[in-house]
Write a protein that binds this ligand. Structure first.
Ligand code: BYC
Length: 326
């Protein structure tokens, strides 16, 4: 199925659609040169680019701590993690580009506030315990959400996710290990950890998106095999996975309604503040303005690198053309 929409003869759309539907039903991958419905392409661009933006903006809350990491070991670990996030952003922008969009244009959309990124990165990181809690809870939530995406229907996105998930596992473990060490430390350190858990728990649950009943995209995205699970199912999985880890760590999750439900074989838990999620998504979170301003400044500061790289590529192209002609 390598016919593109432009190449399709008139009247061929129905056959192409049927072939597309059959491939999705058979759990086969759609590749960039395959015909795909325009709405499928648009949905993928939306989700993949928002995901890429999240990785890049997500470097900021932890990046703030690189200069003041408490030891050389912690600094090296944190540097490696933040660098991985830049890499994840690049794989994802590259996957989005296979759908015919330009990375520069996607970045413009982000810094002009026309595209979203994950709500979680609009909260401040107030102490070094936040680095551990971001690794444990935020990367833990990311793993829950992203492991199923390794089976998403669009090939380049699925392949990018395989590598990203491997690295996210390391991120989650480094966070948990840091918290374990802090919990073995002083009373003050244990308080820092608990305080960070209290602040990041609810925003982590919001990472999975609005409840299924208020999620306009889930049903269609699942039909297309872009999303594998619903927002609520993944949120539940995350809670069930995290509770025993919290117990082992010795912290309390700040939800009085959190209790094991033996009948369901899952935990019951309280309702996140969905108004807060709406506010943060619409740009009114505690750190939205600062995150986007810094991203814009970094983009502007990097203009000379992009110009130099373009000039170099043009020079190399000219040189190869001259060599070929000689
Ligand atoms: N924050 O119909 P819904 C990371 C938007 S990076 C902001 O359920 P969908 C990491 C949603 O976009 C983590 N916006 O949407 C990096 C939609 O708006 P539009 C990023 C949100 O797409 C560095 C509207 O609300 N992970 O882990 O079916 C360091 C309605 O929602 C949020 C990904 O991007 C939110 N939390 O489902 C450490 C994973 N929730 O676009 C860690 C890939 C919803 O219609 N993405 N919205 O204007 C997904 O799995 C899905 O896109 C979502 C949302 C589950 C996030």
């Amino acid at each position: 199925m390598s016919t593109t929409a432009q190449e399709a003869p008139p009247g061929a759309d129905e056959a192409l659609q049927a072939e597309f539907d059959a491939r999705i039903a058979a759990n086969q991958r759609i590749e960039p040169r395959d015909w795909m419905p325009e709405a499928y392409r648009r949905t993928l661009i939306r989700q993949i680019s928002q995901h890429a933006h999240s990785e890049i903006i997500g470097m900021q809350p932890e990046g703030d701590w690189i200069a003041t990491a408490p030891s050389l070991r912690r600094k090296a670990i944190l540097l490696a993690k933040v660098q991985d996030e830049a890499g994840h952003g690049l794989y994802l922008y590259a996957a989005a580009e296979t759908l015919g969009v330009d990375r520069g244009d996607l970045t413009e959309r982000l810094i002009e506030g026309r595209q979203k990124y994950s709500s979680i990165f609009n909260y401040p990181s107030l102490s070094y315990a936040d680095v551990g809690v971001i690794g444990w809870l935020v990367d833990g939530a990311a793993i829950c959400n992203q492991v199923p995406l390794c089976r998403t229907s669009f090939g380049p996105y699925a392949r990018a996710m395989v590598r990203i998930c491997k690295e996210e596992s390391f991120h989650q473990r480094q966070g948990y290990e840091l918290l374990m060490r802090m919990m073995e430390g002083t009373e003050g350190q244990r308080k820092m950890v608990q305080d960070a858990v209290d602040r990041w728990w609810w925003p982590s649950l919001m990472m999975f998106g609005p409840p299924d009943a208020d999620s306009p995209n889930t049903r269609q995205s699942m039909t297309w095999g872009i999303k594998i699970d619903t927002n609520d199912d993944l949120r539940q999985k995350f809670v069930d996975m995290t509770v025993p880890q919290a117990e082992k760590l010795g912290v309390t999750l700040p939800d009085p309604e959190l209790v094991w439900n033996a009948e369901r074989g899952q935990h019951d838990f309280g309702e996140p503040d969905w108004n807060e999620l709406k506010q943060v998504i619409s740009g009114a979170g505690p750190k939205n303005a600062e995150r986007v301003t810094r991203r814009r400044a970094a983009h502007e500061k990097g203009a000379w690198v992009r110009e130099a790289a373009t000039a170099y590529a043009e020079k190399q192209q000219k040189k190869s053309a001259q060599e070929a002609a000689a």
